[in-house]
Design a protein around this ligand. Structure first.
Ligand SMILES: Cc1cc2nc3c(=O)[nH]c(=O)nc-3n(C[C@H](O)[C@H](O)[C@H](O)COP(=O)(O)OP(=O)(O)OC[C@H]3O[C@@H](n4cnc5c(N)ncnc54)[C@H](O)[C@@H]3O)c2cc1C
Length: 279
């Protein structure tokens, strides 16, 4: 297996511009990942002048290297959100989380983005009874909100994936997978075509507040954990995170390579293709 990034972008390059330090804009976005480019696109389409400053190249951050899973919802289930925030705000936040996958797939369709994708759902498989019970509760909370979620038994999981050791789980039909590098680059293309200007290989070294004689400029910091260094704060963490993927396994093989307990890291390190930054 190769050690290269699995994502191969079908999106083309776009003409990145250089701009001088004295050039004013309504909004300067620091960081050309999905967050920064979505912000830039929304702002430029609402009539603002926008500049994006990217330290490296588009898609070299987490946005171009991630697992590509587009899974609606937030870390907390709807009922937990309601418990913590009350019915009105909790349901509003749950609705926002629920809409995220549609937002991505709808944008791809509407703008005809060259982003390889599949929308066939997502299975959260549980390896303990406690995890299976939690998966069942999660599925039922979404079912109560009109989602065609399925609670899965051990045999459902084995039938759907070939993996035999799981206790149960649930299937969220709203989810899918995209090529995140292509998506990030396509966002850059859309933002550029709408009038945003993007400077790559340009690192923001500090953010200053200044009195301005014309329309107030704004800065959006969308540069991940490194934002803290821009304002002199301590960076929050630098937790290493790795994503691995393999080609789809044949059914007989799947039942052997996805056992419970989890595959030892010595095996996954040897046999998995790793997604690395390419220079
Ligand atoms: C291994 C891994 C797997 C993941 N899998 C998934 C998944 O399957 N599904 C999912 O939804 N999410 C996943 N995520 C999370 C997802 O990738 C991130 O939430 C998302 O990409 C964050 O986008 P971003 O634009 O904020 O950050 P980034 O894409 O990291 O963009 C930040 C950009 O800022 C630039 N920058 C930094 N400092 C400066 C500076 N001083 N000046 C100028 N530019 C600067 C960087 O070069 C970078 O391009 C995963 C994350 C990781 C790490």
């Amino acid at each position: 297996m190769s050690g290269a990034c699995v994502w191969t972008s079908s999106a083309g390059a776009w003409p990145a511009q250089a701009f001088g330090p004295s050039e004013a804009a309504d909004l300067v976005v620091v960081g050309g990942g999905i967050l920064g480019l979505s912000t830039a696109l929304r702002a430029v389409r609402s009539g603002r002048s926008v500049r994006v400053i990217e330290a490296s190249d588009i898609g070299t951050g987490a946005s171009g290297l991630n697992g590509g899973q587009v899974i609606p919802g937030l870390k907390y289930d709807p009922e937990t959100l309601i418990e913590r925030l009350g019915v009105k705000r909790g349901e509003a936040l749950a609705r926002f989380g629920a809409a995220t996958a549609d937002a991505v797939f709808d944008l791809i369709e509407r703008e005809h983005l060259a982003v390889p994708r599949q929308r066939k759902g997502w299975i959260q498989a549980a390896h303990t009874q406690a995890a299976a019970d939690a998966a069942g509760r999660r599925a039922r909370q979404w079912q109560a909100r009109g989602v065609d979620a399925r609670v899965l038994s051990a045999s459902d999981i084995a039938e759907l994936t070939g993996a035999k050791g799981y206790v149960g789980g649930w299937l969220d039909p709203r989810a899918g997978v995209i090529d995140p590098l292509a998506y990030t680059r396509e966002l850059a293309r859309l933002a550029t075509e709408a009038g945003a200007r993007i400077a790559t290989n340009t690192r923001a070294s500090r953010v200053e507040r200044r009195a301005l004689s014309r329309t107030p400029s704004r800065a959006a910091i969308a540069s991940g954990i490194k934002w803290a260094s821009l304002i002199g704060a301590r960076s929050t963490s630098d937790t290493p995170s790795r994503n691995e993927s393999t080609s789809p396994a044949a059914r007989r093989l799947a039942s052997r390579v996805l056992p419970t307990p989890p595959v030892p890291t010595s095996v996954t390190n040897r046999d998995s293709a790793r997604c690395r930054r390419s220079s």
